[in-house]
Design a protein around this ligand. Structure first.
Ligand code: SF4
Length: 899
C-alpha cells in the first residue's frame, strides 16, 4: 500500500493512500469526534460533527469521507472547527426532547456525551423551535422506537442494509418531517425486519432501545461478561450486560471471530428464558405418579442405587445414556466417561445422531475427517459462488446467512440454492432449484454428469488429489440431466445451468445442513456433496470446501469429545484395541469393545426390554425424535429414567428422577462451533435455587456408584484431562483460548489451529470418490397419504422449543405451529389460508393453522417442529440410514384435511 505524508495538528503522520482523514487520525491515536460515523458501516457524512480544517480547502471537510493526500495539513480542533461542531450539535439537539433523566440511554448516549464535551447546553440552544411529537412505537416485542430522539444519522438504515441485508428501513418523507421507517411506515413486525437488533446496537441515542432492558438499570450499573451464544452452531460472541444477577441486554462483540458484531434475534433478544419461572430449582422424585421435591442427597442416592441395581442385574448395556449438544465440551467429556467408565457401556449418544451423523460417516469416508472444512470468514469473503443445498441458512444459521446475503449483494458473488421451499435466501439466488425432498443424490449426480460430459471439471485436481474417479464417472453417467430432472421434479436446463455456474465461478463453497443429512440416504447424500466439490477442485482452499452447518451450539464439540456410540474423544474407535487401552489406562477401568446403541436404537430397545434404564442430560427426545408416540411408549416402558435439564421438558415429565442442571449463561467451559472453533463460555449469572453444574451432578452420581475419577473441581480441570487424550484438541486449554478461540486440529500447545482442512493433502491421503446411486425415501406418497411432509426450523425458535418458547419476545412473534401448503394443493383440497387443518401420517396426527402460499413446492407440506402442541415429530418416520443411523426426518407421507 502506497504511503502519504500528512500533518495532523502539527504532527507528522504517515498514512496509507486511500485512507480517509478520520482513519489516518484514528490510526495515529488522534481523536476526532463522530456521530453518524460507525466503524462497521460505510460513512455517510450527514452529521458534520467530524469536520476538520484542511489547508487549502475553503470549507471545513467531513473527515469520515475526505481522503488523505500527500502533504495535507489538517487541524482537528481549531477554533473554527470547534465552533462548527458546536453549531452542528446545537442543530442536532434543537428538536430533541431532552428527557435525559428518564432516558434508558442516559450515560451511553453519544449525543449527550458530545454536548457535554463541547459545552452545548440545551437550555441555551439557539435553534430550539418546533419539536416532533411522534408516538412511541412498541408494537413489536423487541425494539422500542422513539423517533423524537432520532437525529437522522441513518446508522440504523445502514446497519439494516449493509450488515443484515434485508433493507427493512429507510428514510421517509422530506424536510422537517423526515423520519426513519419501514415501507408505508408500518410496524417493524409488518416489514421484512428480522429483529437482528443491529439497528439498536449502532443507534447513538435513545431512539432505538431493547424493550426487555427498560427500567432494569442504568448503563454504569451493568457488569459485562463475554460469552458464546447458546443457540446455534455459528457460535456468535455476545457481550452480556448484567445487573443484580439478571441479564438485561445483549450487545455486540465486534471482534467475535464468527460474527464480527452481528447477532440474530435469538442471540440478541432470546435470553430471558433464563429467568423463566419454569426453571427447575430442586431435584424431583416421582412418587405415586407425582413429582415431589427432594434433597440432592436423596436424588443422587436414588439415581446411583437404581443404576447400580440395573447394571448388576441386567448388565451394563441395559443402560443408555444421552449426552447433549447444548452442553459444554467439558460436560460432554464427563458424560461419555460416565457411560463408559462407570456404567461400562458405549450406549452413549446425543442429538448429533438426528442431525449430522451422516456428516461424520460420509466426510470421513471421502476426506478422512468428518467436519466442516473451511471457516466462516474465508467462505464469506473469498467464495465466488455459494452452493447451498438443504440449508435454510438465513433462518437456521442466521448470522452466516446475513454474511452470505451481503456478499451476494455487495460483491456479486453467485448463489445457487437447492431447496424444495422458497426459503428466504432463495430470494437472493441466481438460481433456485426446487427439487423434490429426497432427490438430492439424483440432482448432484445430474450436475456432475454435465461437468464430466462437457469436460468442465478440474482434471488436475482429480488426477493429483483423488482416487476412484472411474467409479464416480461410471455412476454419474447414468444420470443425464433429463433423467435426473425427472427424478427431482425440475427441468434439465436447471441442472445444466447449475453445472455451468459452478464451473465458471471458482472457488465455490458448498454449504449444507439437515436437508442433506436427515434421510435414509443421508450418508449417500453427504458422499455426493464431497464428490461434487472434489470434481470441481474446490477443496483445501479459501472460499471452497464442503461445509456442513452444525445445528446446535455445541453439536460439533459433543461429537469431538466422544458422545457417540463408536468413538472415544477425538474420534478414536472403541473397537481399536490401542485406543481402548489408552483410555483404560487414563480412566483406570476396563472398557467395552462393543459399539453402543444410537439414540433411536436405545429408545427402541427400551420397548423390547433390552435397555432398562436411561440417563438423559439436556436432550428432549419426546420432541426431537421421529414418531413421538412410539418414543413415549418406549420411555414409559423403562424401569428407570433420570433426566437432567433446566426445565421440566416433555421428556423430563416421564422421568423417575429429575435433576436440575444449569443454563449456558450459568456455566464456564467451552463450545466448539460449526467451523471447529473452540470458544470460551463464561458464567454470567448464578443458577436459580439449588440447580447445580452438570459436570458436578454427573461426578456425584459416579462417586455414589463407586467411581471417583469423575470428581473435578472445575471445567478447566476437565479440559486439562480431556485435551491430551484427544489428539485434535491436544493444544487446547482454557488459558489459551482468548476471545478468538482456536480451530481444531490443534494438536499441541504451540499450534495456531487450522482454519482450512485438507490443504495440499486430504486427512486420509487421497480424496475418495464414491459412485452413489439415488434411492427413493423410505415412505413415498400414495393414494391414502398423497403429500410429502418435510420439517425444519424457523428463525424465531430453536430445536425443541424448550428455550425459545419460554422467551417472551420470541414466542410472541411466532406463537404457534403452521402448516405450509402449496396454493395448488390447497385449491385441490378446498383449504383456505388461515384455516385449521389436520395433518395425518401413518403414525399420528396434529392440527395447526395452514399457511397457503407458493413457498413449498406443489406436493410438499412443511411444518416446523418446535411446538409441543402440534408436534411435527408425531408424524415423522423412524426409518434409519443404515450407515449413519440417522432417521428420515425430512420425508414422510401425509394427508391434509380441514380439521
Ligand atoms: Fe446465536 Fe446462532 Fe443467532 Fe449467532 S446466529 S446469535 S450463534 S443463534
Amino acid at each position: 500500500m502506497a504511503k502519504v505524508n500528512i500533518t495532523i495538528n502539527d504532527r507528522q503522520v504517515v498514512a496509507e493512500a486511500g485512507q480517509t482523514v478520520l482513519e489516518a487520525a484514528t490510526e495515529a491515536g488522534i481523536e476526532i469526534p463522530t456521530l453518524c460515523y460507525h466503524p462497521a458501516l460505510p460513512p455517510e457524512a450527514v452529521c458534520r460533527v467530524c469536520v476538520v480544517e484542511i489547508e487549502g480547502q475553503r470549507t471545513l471537510q467531513p473527515s469520515c469521507t475526505f481522503p488523505v493526500s500527500e502533504g495535507m495539513e489538517i487541524k482537528t480542533h481549531s477554533p473554527r472547527v470547534v465552533e462548527a461542531r458546536r453549531v452542528a450539535l446545537e442543530l442536532l439537539i434543537s428538536d430533541c426532547p431532552m428527557d435525559c433523566t428518564t432516558c434508558e440511554m442516559n450515560g451511553n448516549c453519544e449525543l449527550q456525551d458530545l454536548c457535554y464535551e463541547y459545552g452545548v447546553n440545551p437550555e441555551e440552544a439557539r435553534f430550539a423551535g418546533e419539536k416532533h411529537e411522534y408516538p412511541i412505537d412498541d408494537s413489536n416485542p423487541f425494539i422500542e422506537r422513539d423517533y423524537n430522539k432520532c437525529i437522522l444519522c441513518r446508522r440504523c438504515v445502514r446497519a439494516c442494509e449493509y450488515m443484515n441485508g434485508v433493507e427493512a428501513i429507510g428514510s421517509l418523507w422530506r424536510g422537517f418531517e423526515t423520519k426513519i421507517g419501514t415501507a408505508f411506515d408500518a410496524g417493524l413486525q409488518d416489514s421484512p425486519c428480522e429483529f437482528c437488533g443491529m439497528c439498536v446496537e449502532v443507534c447513538p441515542t435513545g431512539a432505538l432501545i431493547p424493550i426487555e432492558r427498560k427500567g432494569k438499570g442504568r448503563e454504569w450499573e451493568f457488569r459485562h461478561v463475554q460469552t458464546t451464544c447458546p443457540y446455534c452452531g455459528v457460535g456468535c460472541q455476545l457481550d452480556l450486560n448484567i445487573k443484580d444477577n439478571r441479564i438485561v441486554q445483549v450487545r455486540s462483540v465486534w471482534d467475535g471471530p464468527a460474527n464480527h458484531g452481528l447477532t440474530c434475534v435469538k442471540g440478541r433478544f432470546g435470553f430471558d428464558f433464563n429467568e423463566s419461572p419454569d426453571r427447575l430449582t430442586r431435584p424431583l422424585i416421582k412418587k405415586d405418579g407425582q413429582f415431589v421435591e427432594a434433597t440432592w442427597d436423596e436424588a443422587l442416592h436414588l439415581v446411583a442405587s437404581r443404576l447400580s441395581e440395573i447394571k448388576e442385574k441386567h448388565g451394563s448395556d441395559a443402560i443408555g445414556v444421552l449426552s447433549s449438544a447444548k452442553c459444554t465440551n467439558e460436560e460432554n467429556y464427563a458424560m461419555q466417561k460416565f457411560a463408559r467408565a462407570v456404567i461400562g457401556t458405549n450406549n452413549i449418544d446425543h442429538c448429533a445422531r438426528l442431525c449430522h451423523a451422516p456428516t461424520v460417516t460420509g466426510l470421513v469416508t471421502a476426506f478422512g475427517s468428518g467436519a466442516m472444512t473451511n471457516s466462516f470468514d474465508d467462505i464469506a469473503e473469498e467464495a465466488e459462488i455459494y452452493f447451498i443445498i438443504g440449508s435454510n441458512t438465513t433462518e437456521q444459521h442466521p448470522v452466516l446467512g446475513m454474511r452470505i446475503r451481503q456478499e451476494v449483494k455487495e460483491r456479486d458473488a453467485k448463489l445457487i440454492v437447492c431447496d424444495p421451499r422458497e426459503i428466504p435466501i432463495a430470494d437472493f439466488a441466481d438460481l433456485h432449484i426446487c427439487q423434490k425432498p429426497g432427490t438430492d443424490v439424483a440432482l448432484l449426480n445430474g450436475i456432475m454428469n454435465v461437468l464430466i460430459t462437457e469436460e468442465l471439471y478440474d482434471e488436475d485436481f482429480v488426477e493429483g488429489r483423488t482416487e476412484n474417479f472411474e467409479e464416480l464417472k461410471e455412476t454419474v453417467l447414468k444420470y443425464p440431466p433429463e433423467r435426473a430432472a425427472e427424478i427431482c421434479g425440475i427441468t434439465p436446463d436447471e441442472i445444466v445451468e447449475a453445472a455451468h455456474l459452478l464451473a465458471e465461478n471458482r472457488p465455490g463453497a458448498l454449504l449444507y445442513a439437515m436437508g442433506i443429512t436427515q434421510h435414509t440416504c443421508g450418508h449417500q447424500n453427504v458422499l455426493s456433496t464431497a464428490n461434487l466439490q472434489m470434481l470441481l477442485g474446490n477443496m483445501g482452499l479459501p472460499g471452497g470446501g464442503v461445509n456442513p452447518l452444525r445445528g446446535q451450539n455445541n453439536v460439533q464439540g459433543a461429537c469431538d469429545l466422544g458422545a457417540l456410540v463408536n468413538v472415544y474423544p477425538g474420534y478414536q474407535k472403541v473397537t481399536d484395541p490401542a485406543a481402548r487401552e489408552k483410555f483404560e489406562q487414563a480412566w483406570g477401568v476396563k472398557l467395552s469393545p462393543k459399539v453402543g446403541l444410537t439414540v433411536v436404537e436405545m429408545i427402541n430397545a427400551a420397548e423390547t426390554g433390552e435397555v432398562k434404564a436411561m440417563y438423559i442430560m439436556g436432550e428432549n427426545p419426546m420432541m426431537s425424535d421421529p414418531d413421538i408416540k412410539h418414543v413415549e411408549e418406549c420411555l414409559k416402558s423403562l424401569d428407570f429414567l433420570v433426566v437432567q435439564d433446566i426445565f421440566l421438558t416433555e421428556t423430563a415429565q416421564l422421568a423417575d428422577v429429575v435433576l436440575p442442571g444449569v443454563s449456558g449463561f450459568e456455566k464456564d467451559g467451552t463450545y466448539t462451533n460449526s467451523e471447529r472453533r473452540i470458544q470460551m463460555v463464561h458464567k454470567a449469572v448464578d443458577p436459580p435455587g439449588e440447580a447445580r453444574q452438570d459436570w458436578w451432578i454427573v461426578g456425584e452420581v459416579a462417586r455414589r456408584i463407586g467411581y471417583d475419577g469423575l470428581t473435578y473441581s472445575s471445567p478447566k480441570e476437565i479440559m486439562d484431562e480431556a485435551a491430551p487424550l484427544t489428539p485434535i484438541y491436544g493444544g487446547i486449554s482454557h488459558d489459551r483460548l482468548d476471545t478468538q478461540g482456536l480451530q481444531w486440529p490443534c494438536p499441541s500447545p504451540d499450534h495456531p489451529g487450522t482454519p482450512i482442512l485438507h490443504v495440499g493433502k486430504f486427512a486420509r491421503g487421497l480424496g475418495h470418490f464414491t459412485g452413489v446411486e439415488w434411492q427413493p425415501p423410505a415412505e413415498e406418497p400414495d393414494e391414502e397419504y398423497p403429500l410429502i411432509l418435510t420439517t425444519g426450523r424457523v428463525l424465531y425458535h430453536w430445536h425443541t422449543g424448550t428455550l425459545t418458547r419460554r422467551s417472551k419476545g420470541l414466542d410472541a412473534i411466532y406463537p404457534e405451529a403452521v402448516v405450509e401448503l402449496n396454493t395448488q394443493d390447497a385449491a385441490k383440497l378446498g383449504i383456505a389460508d388461515g384455516q385449521i387443518v389436520k395433518v395425518t401420517s401413518r403414525r399420528g396426527e396434529v392440527t395447526a393453522k395452514v399457511q397457503v402460499s407458493d413457498k413449498p413446492k406443489p406436493g410438499v407440506v412443511f411444518m416446523p417442529w418446535h411446538f409441543a402442541e402440534a408436534a411435527a415429530n408425531k408424524l415423522t418416520i423412524a426409518a434409519l440410514d443404515p450407515t449413519s443411523k440417522i432417521p428420515e426426518l425430512k420425508v414422510c407421507a401425509v394427508k391434509v384435511e380441514a380439521a
